[in-house]
Design a protein around this ligand. Structure first.
Ligand SMILES: [Zn+2]
Length: 350
């Protein structure tokens, strides 16, 4: 029989070995996670955006040949990556009937483009990453390329999809499913996201959160000289957990200023209500809206790919990637724990 002290020290030794093995595994996983995030590069974003916001897309106005061509571009990208369509049966297009758009400009059906990377542990819980891929079209020979609005969010989704797919191929895929939702009809009234939330492909009660990206490639003139920033809107409206997680991820991996100026309820711009995430928030799905603010080329033909700040855009995309990774992989699902702030209850009180 070994002495009491020897037994204890063997136990301590075994225990510390186990702890350090666990630590090594965790730090390996963190290192890999950072590698996946770093696969999102300024170069790749630039290559994609020069194609997606090219003149040949004719400004991507809803229900025009330019928008259809943009939809095809998205589908081709996902297929080339081996990522499946999000519709039952594996299709990519969620068709929206012409009548749904209460707009005289819409003369045919349009479509949302949806792809999915299924979760490895909780495949029936969903994180929806969204960006609108339509824009305002062309007037005669003048094309509104919409590189920032919202070519930037669109190609950010593509790069994040590629990074998550690489992780999945190496056995580190997201534990919850990630849905890549490219909505149409945003510029004419947030139609695509409204249609999706009224006809959800994946149940909204199992939708953990929506991270919406609309304009992340430029710099607000008010932030000149202070450019390592992104505006976050809505992160604390429905879920404190989501807000805290987002802050924590930024501190650990990105160290960018998260600016909440436009999150103020009294901000006259009311951006919280002005992009696609709002249609999710209406149904009490926690959201974060990522946004660079407006600039002189906003909704002008001069919103072109050469004006995008690609390294900054890559960093912002990595922030969204890490946030999605965290929501998808943490043991406990996050919930809307601040429902007293919900849009529906608020409108009841008005
Ligand atoms: Zn937009």
């Amino acid at each position: 029989m070994v002495s009491h002290y020897t037994r204890i020290s063997v136990l301590i030794l075994l225990f510390s070995f186990k702890v350090s093995a666990q630590e090594t595994q965790n730090s390996d996983q963190t290192a890999k996670r950072i590698d996946f995030a770093n696969s999102i590069t300024a170069n790749d974003l630039s290559t994609l955006l020069y194609s997606f916001a090219a003149d040949s897309m004719q400004g991507r106005m809803t229900a025009t040949p330019g928008q259809k061509k943009a939809a095809e571009f998205l589908q081709n990208f996902y297929e080339a990556q081996g990522i499946s369509g999000g519709l039952p049966g594996g299709g990519f297009y969620q068709n929206i009937p012409q009548e749904y758009f209460k707009s005289k400009y819409v003369k045919t059906d349009s479509e949302n483009v949806v792809a999915i990377i299924p979760g490895s542990t909780w495949p029936q819980e969903y994180i929806v990453l969204s960006a609108h891929y339509d824009h305002v079209g062309a007037k005669g020979d003048t094309i509104y390329n919409g590189a920032d609005d919202d070519g930037s969010g669109t190609v950010a989704l593509l790069e994040m999809a590629q990074a998550f797919k690489q992780a999945a191929d190496q056995g580190m895929g997201p534990k919850r499913s990630i849905v890549f939702l490219h909505v149409t009809g945003e510029e004419i009234g947030l139609y695509g996201s409204r249609y999706y939330t009224e006809n959800p492909i994946y149940p909204l009660e199992h939708t953990v959160c929506n991270l919406n990206t609309d304009m992340i490639g430029r710099i607000d003139p008010n932030k000149a000289g202070n450019e390592n920033y992104i505006y976050l809107i809505g992160s604390d409206k429905l879920s404190q957990e989501l807000h805290d997680l987002s802050e924590q991820v930024n501190q650990e991996f990105i160290q960018m200023e998260l600016d909440y100026t436009f999150n103020d309820e009294n901000d006259p711009n009311r951006f919280y209500y002005r992009s696609d995430h709002y249609n999710f928030a209406k149904y009490n799905v926690p959201i974060i809206f990522y946004f660079n603010g407006v600039h002189e080329d906003y909704h002008q033909p001069t919103d072109t790919p050469d004006k995008i700040e690609y390294p900054l855009m890559a960093k912002r995309t990595q922030l969204i990637f890490h946030t999605a990774w965290e929501v998808a992989n943490r043991d406990q699902r996050i919930y809307a724990d601040k429902l007293e702030n919900s849009a529906s209850e608020k409108s009841d009180k008005r």
